[in-house]
Design a protein around this ligand. Structure first.
Ligand SMILES: CC(C)(COP(=O)(O)OP(=O)(O)OC[C@H]1O[C@@H](n2cnc3c(N)ncnc32)[C@H](O)[C@@H]1OP(=O)(O)O)[C@@H](O)C(=O)NCCC(=O)NCCS
Length: 135
């Protein structure tokens, strides 16, 4: 699949969830930069030419042994098929010498249930979000 199609599908998936307040909305340029920096993990159905899910990484310069999982989304038609879990596994393999940190909104009960199932633990609670880590 070409880059334009990948970025366009990733952007649409992000817009869908952002419209419900589950995630922040990112621009096509932001996703393209992540892709070019090799910080965008993808699950693609090559037969259907369809992005099923993605995860974005962000290096935390102030905490060198941690990598930030900036955003993880699975296409609405493919949730609950372990695509998110596989993306977490791939994320761990890619950054195998680092712990993972992320923020999830307190209102995102599905996200919280998913990260709990994936072995993340809460280390800090802010007004609107939770800071979770996986060592
Ligand atoms: C959160 C999200 C990434 C999960 O992806 P997924 O591929 O559906 O998750 P999985 O199939 O790997 O689920 C693994 C486990 O997480 C938990 N889980 C996932 N979705 C759940 C739901 N809707 N309700 C309760 N638990 C859920 C379950 O324990 C599940 O295991 P089970 O299906 O055997 O019960 C997906 O729902 C999504 O894209 N949500 C919108 C974006 C978002 O909120 N991202 C996280 C914050 S950035």
């Amino acid at each position: 699949m070409d880059t334009v199609s990948i970025i366009s599908q990733v952007y649409d998936i992000n817009c869908f969830y952002a419209s419900f307040g589950f995630t922040k909305k990112y621009s096509r340029t932001w996703f393209l930069k992540k892709y070019m920096d090799d910080m965008l993990l993808l699950t693609i159905d090559h037969y259907l030419d369809k992005v099923l899910g993605f995860a974005c990484a962000y290096n935390l310069t102030n905490i060198p042994n941690y990598v930030n999982l900036a955003l993880l989304c699975v296409h609405k038609d493919y949730v609950r098929q372990k695509i998110g879990s596989k993306l977490i596994d791939e994320f761990r393999k890619k950054f195998k010498d680092k712990h993972i940190a992320l923020n999830v909104r307190k209102t995102n009960l599905v996200g919280i249930a998913f990260y709990k199932d994936s072995g993340f633990e809460k280390i800090k609670e802010y007004e609107d979000s939770l800071l979770l880590i996986k060592k």
